[in-house]
Design a binder for this molecule. Structure first.
Ligand code: ZN
Ligand code: ZN
Length: 335
């Protein structure tokens, strides 16, 4: 089978490799679509990946082979849940399985991803897609689950004023989910004109980073503070200015990773009892909840997903274009 293999910074080789074998409790899946994630860009363009790894965790596909212990039917359309949960550690017992002590180290221990013709996973991690949801839409479940988890940790309610910092794939998914849930007045901060246009089409009010002010005193709020900031860009200054937009008792959820870490004003956090938390992937029901929202038909998937899919051979160029900000929506690879 063909796979896109990371060979070192900026080097993605499309090569023929052996079809992975299926263990007794595993399934082999023919990949239908696999989204390109910011993490994939970090892995390949920023050298975060392990050499020899295959990226791609936002996929849908059809079961083509099952292990001897597996009941799933051949041809079932599924989405992969990446998490491994031991079920015994403190995090697992608190239903925070995404933080399981035995979870793979991010960036170092990656499962074999779906930038390939086939993936093999444990059957417990293959989430069947509800009828009526097509493979292309189903591949959007993973990034949507990430966004829904961030909104969950933010404790967003219908009266909250929400600012989404960055309108890349996760930011756009967060905006679309909020709008689908009946939220109006979602504010997006985004420097790229292409992504600002996407945010507008999704129904948000759009600002540029330079529109944000910082109050002169850390105990004071801006004129129109927000209750929640969802920081998806991973950009240092975005997190720093995001914090300054919060009302007292406000909450900022960091979901975009980066290597230039923000200097968050601790005086502002203290004087306003702000909460800053991270959001990492999603819980055990994350994919199923995302599939439910997709199934509802309330998401504008035509705006969120780029109309043209790309093949494995075009994946690297696509990553470069995504990094350059030349594409606003989620790009799907069709191996
Ligand atoms: Zn992702
Ligand atoms: Zn555990």
């Amino acid at each position: 089978m063909r796979a896109a293999i990371y060979r070192g910074k900026g080097n993605l080789e499309v090569a023929e490799i052996a079809v992975p074998r299926v263990g007794p409790s595993e399934v082999r899946i023919a990949v239908e679509y696999c989204g390109v994630c910011g993490t994939d860009l970090h892995d390949v363009l920023d050298e975060w990946g392990a050499s020899g790894s295959i990226g791609g965790h936002e996929w849908s596909g059809r079961v083509v082979e099952v292990g001897s212990d597996v009941l799933l039917e051949i041809d079932t359309l599924v989405v992969g849940h990446p998490g491994h949960a031991c079920g015994r550690c403190k995090a697992c017992l608190a239903s925070r399985t995404n933080l399981c002590e035995e979870r793979p180290t991010a960036g170092l221990e990656q499962p074999h991803g779906a930038f390939a013709d086939y993936v093999v996973i444990g059957s417990d991690r293959a989430v069947p897609v509800p009828s009526g949801v097509e493979a292309r839409a189903a591949a959007y479940a993973e990034p949507l689950a990430v966004a829904l988890h961030a909104l969950d940790l933010a404790g967003v309610d219908s009266k909250h004023r929400v600012m989404v910092s960055g309108c890349g794939p996760i930011g756009a998914a967060a905006v679309a989910a909020l709008v689908a849930q009946g939220h109006d007045g979602v504010v997006v901060v985004e420097p790229s004109p292409l992504r600002r246009d996407l945010a507008l089409r999704l129904g948000a009010t759009v600002l540029e980073p330079s529109d944000l002010e910082s109050p002169w005193h850390p105990g004071r709020a801006v004129d129109e503070p927000v209750d929640v900031v969802i920081e998806t860009s991973g950009i240092r200054t975005a997190a720093e200015s995001g914090l300054a937009q919060l009302v007292a008792c406000g909450r900022m959820v960091l979901v975009g990773t980066g290597m230039d870490f923000p200097r968050l004003d601790s005086n502002r956090i203290i004087l306003n009892e702000l909460v800053v938390t991270g959001a990492y992937t999603y819980g055990a029901n994350g994919i199923a909840s995302a599939l439910d929202l997709i199934s509802s038909g309330l998401l504008p998937l035509d705006a969120l997903i780029e109309p043209e899919s790309v093949g494995l051979d075009a994946l690297f160029d696509t990553m470069v274009r995504l990094r350059a900000g030349e594409v606003a929506g989620k790009v799907l690879v069709r191996p």
